[in-house]
Ligand binder design. Structure first.
Ligand code: ATP
Ligand code: MG
Ligand code: FE
Length: 349
């Protein structure tokens, strides 16, 4: 089926068009620059930006795919989790389009959409079935979640998640205290390239034996952020210069270490030899490198979709919609709403 996907859960207005698992268009408008001076996504600003960007982004996606609205078979939209006001823009637009076109609408889970990204291939590439079960590590500005996906349409289990800051949020906050601009992830990554990752031993959150009892698959980055702040403060108090590259590299090492160690440990414990990465933090050079190194050592197949499909996008939402249709699921009733805390186990609202 030809499916249009609409994603507005955070600061990206994403419109994707797929035919089954074939990616035809993936158009994105981001309001990131508008949030830069606040150091983080401002919900009201994001919602307004979605409203303005939706129509032009939709037109651009249709042009890219070379299809018209009349040809669409179905629409899929992110109904949660995410920012309530931002989600509402996409949900409202999706309902209006589905009603006007008389086609079915699938309200889907944003996080499961990130897993759906791995279904997609370019028109000139062969289709490759999504190998299941898989463990999925989703790391972005708003989420740090470890999932066990047995069936994309029916069976997704939350193994663990952050108990405080998301991984991307930690990058953004640490960048800020180092005087680097928003978004901080790419800035820290760049600075870290010329730094020494062993210069400072920052804490590894929730990896102590006592934490592994209660929080085996959970993450925590707020203690790490505080440790970096204290370290920088103490160095300045002593009148010493702070090496931004060394702090960035040491901080990045801690995040990459914890993320990959916990994800690989979950694969091993569950006997699942596959790990899928998703979310904007997947752009991080050290996270990718360490994930590959540890997956290879453990005999685990690592899947990382292209970055344009790892960050928030509409194509992954369309792909999940197409999968639900292929597996015979009924469309969503049109009375669903945006749900900012939609649990990952609710794949379709
Ligand atoms: P959501 O959490 O709802 O998916 P989001 O907009 O926060 O939404 P993304 O757009 O996928 O998520 O990711 C943005 C986050 O990724 C930001 O926190 C950013 O700092 C981080 N990021 C981007 N590039 C890198 C990088 N190279 N290293 C580390 N973090 C990065
Ligand atoms: Mg974003
Ligand atoms: Fe996301």
């Amino acid at each position: 089926p030809l499916v249009l996907g609409i994603e507005t859960s955070c600061d990206e207005t994403g419109i994707g068009i797929v035919r089954g698992t074939t990616l035809l268009a993936n158009t994105i408008a981001s309001s990131m620059e508008q949030h830069a001076r606040y150091g983080g996504v401002v919900p009201e600003v994001a919602a307004r930006a979605h409203l303005e960007a939706l129509r032009p982004t939709l037109d651009a996606a249709l042009a890219e795919a070379g299809v018209t609205l009349a040809e669409l078979d179905a629409i899929a939209v992110t109904s949660g989790p995410g920012l309530a006001g931002a989600l509402m823009v996409g949900v409202g637009a999706a309902k209006a389009l589905a009603l006007a076109l008389g086609i079915p609408l699938y309200a889907v889970n944003h996080l499961v959409g990130h897993v759906g990204a791995d279904l997609l291939h370019a028109p000139d590439e062969p289709a490759e079935p999504l190998a299941l079960p898989t463990v999925a590590l989703l790391v972005s500005g708003g989420h740090t979640s470890l999932l066990l996906v047995r069936d994309l349409a029916n069976d997704v289990e939350l193994l663990g998640e952050t108990i405080d800051d998301a991984a991307g949020e930690a990058f953004d906050k640490v960048a800020r205290l180092l005087g680097l601009p928003y978004p901080g992830g790419p800035q820290i990554d760049r600075a870290a390239a010329s730094g020494d990752p062993t210069a400072i031993r920052f804490p590894r959150g929730l990896t102590a034996p006592k934490d592994l009892v209660r929080h085996r698959d959970d993450f925590s980055f707020s203690g790490l952020k505080t440790a970096v702040a204290r370290w920088v403060e103490a160095a300045r108090d002593r009148g010493e210069g702070v090496s931004v590259p060394d702090v960035a590299a040491s901080f990045r090492e801690s995040v990459a270490d914890v993320l990959t160690a916990k994800a690989i440990a979950a694969c091993q414990r569950l006997g699942v030899p596959r790990l899928l990465l998703g979310g904007g933090v997947v752009a991080n050079a050290r996270v990718r490198e360490l994930a590959q190194e540890r997956a290879d050592a453990a005999g685990i197949t690592l899947r990382i979709p292209p970055l344009s499909l790892c960050t928030d996008n509409g194509a992954m939402i369309a792909a999940l919609g197409a999968r639900l249709i292929a597996e015979g699921h009924e469309p969503s009733a049109l009375d669903f709403g945006a749900d900012s805390t939609l649990p990952v186990t609710t794949i379709q609202a």
